[in-house]
Design a binder for this molecule. Structure first.
Ligand code: PPE
Length: 313
């Protein structure tokens, strides 16, 4: 990771190196933070942040679920801070990581009296599942770990604690020679990847698990559902049995980091023709045309970042 200059903390910009917390901060022992991942894309008219409001809304929702009351900063104030963050760091494109955490000052599980610290950081982040993944697809497995059981950890919240489960899925997949793992939900239905939602196509119809199958309500997932409607592609939110993965025509992952990444095999069983399928390609083209500003932003997904100083070469 290449450091950038500034990180936003509770309303002020501080230097990258100064964004430190005490080891006894509540979050370190108990995973008590919520966070977001947002991409800012390079367009001909400057950097543009993708679906900024929706991401910040999800972070405030996550905070509400975890009883992290925050009244200092409203959604518009955080959105303004994110735009300013990209501007002061003079980046053409980047990944933005907002984090709300329970800080230093209270011992024990109940962290409700520990101070809440809000940070916004950004850095340049390339392709998530490898350079060739977007064109060629990735080889994945069904994880031996299940996704979060209902009423254990809240799947709708992007809470750091939830990512203990994601880490187990991702590390196991990587050690076993796969790029990523798909987890089933506790009832055996397809849920999601460690950091991506999943879509499965067969006979021209695309399916994705509903939110009740323990998935994060992905912003990219929502964008793909919108694009399917716009392009006239049939799409359904429906429970997906594991074996549907093996007989799919196409499978792809969606996520801020993964964008729209085709899957070419599951458990070493080839998906369709073993390469990016036509529906996946059509959706990728529609998605990248919007985020790179090559077509009109017809859904209002982009927040432009005004230029301040010359962009770094
Ligand atoms: N499910 C999970 C578990 C998840 O972490 C993500 C995002 C998604 C689905 C897709 O959501 P969205 O980004 O809103 O479309 N994962 C983030 C974390 C990546 C990381 O390694 O850190 C991301 O893609 O930014």
């Amino acid at each position: 990771m290449t450091p950038t200059e500034k990180i936003w903390h509770n309303g002020e910009f501080i230097n990258w190196e100064d964004a430190r917390i005490h080891v006894l901060s509540h979050v370190v022992s108990y995973g008590s933070s919520v966070f977001e991942g947002i991409r800012c894309y390079e367009t001909a008219s400057g950097p543009a942040i993708f679906r900024l409001r929706e991401h910040l809304r999800r972070m405030l929702d996550s905070a509400k679920i975890y009883r992290m009351e925050e009244s200092r900063f409203t959604l518009p104030a955080l959105a303004e801070a994110a735009v300013e963050l990209v501007r002061v760091n003079r980046l053409r494109s980047c990944y933005i990581r907002p984090i709300m955490l329970r800080g230093y000052g209270q011992i024990g599980v109940d962290g409700s009296r520990a101070p809440i610290e809000i940070y916004l950081a950004c850095w340049e982040w390339g392709k998530y599942l490898g350079e060739e993944a977007l064109a060629k697809g990735v080889d994945i497995c069904v994880s031996s770990w299940s996704r979060l059981a209902p009423n254990t950890l809240p799947a709708l919240a992007k809470g750091a604690g939830n990512y203990a489960n994601s880490q187990l899925i991702r590390m196991e997949a990587n050690i076993d020679g796969y790029e990523e793992g798909i987890a089933l939900d506790p009832f055996g239905y397809v849920s999601e990847g460690s950091g991506e939602n999943v879509f499965v196509a067969r006979d021209g119809v695309i399916y994705t698990p509903p939110l009740s199958n323990s998935v994060l309500p992905g912003i990219t997932r929502d964008s793909v559902l919108t694009l399917c409607g716009d392009l006239g592609i049939a799409v359904q939110q429906a429970p997906i049995p594991r074996e549907a993965l093996y007989i799919a025509d196409e499978i792809f992952f969606t996520g801020t980091a993964a964008e729209i990444t085709p899957v070419r095999s599951v458990d070493r069983i080839t998906v369709g023709q073993g390469r990016r399928g036509p529906l996946t390609q059509k959706l990728q083209e529609a998605f990248f045309a919007i985020v790179n500003g090559r077509v009109e932003d017809r859904f209002g997904w982009l927040t432009p970042v005004p230029a301040q100083e010359p962009v770094r070469a």
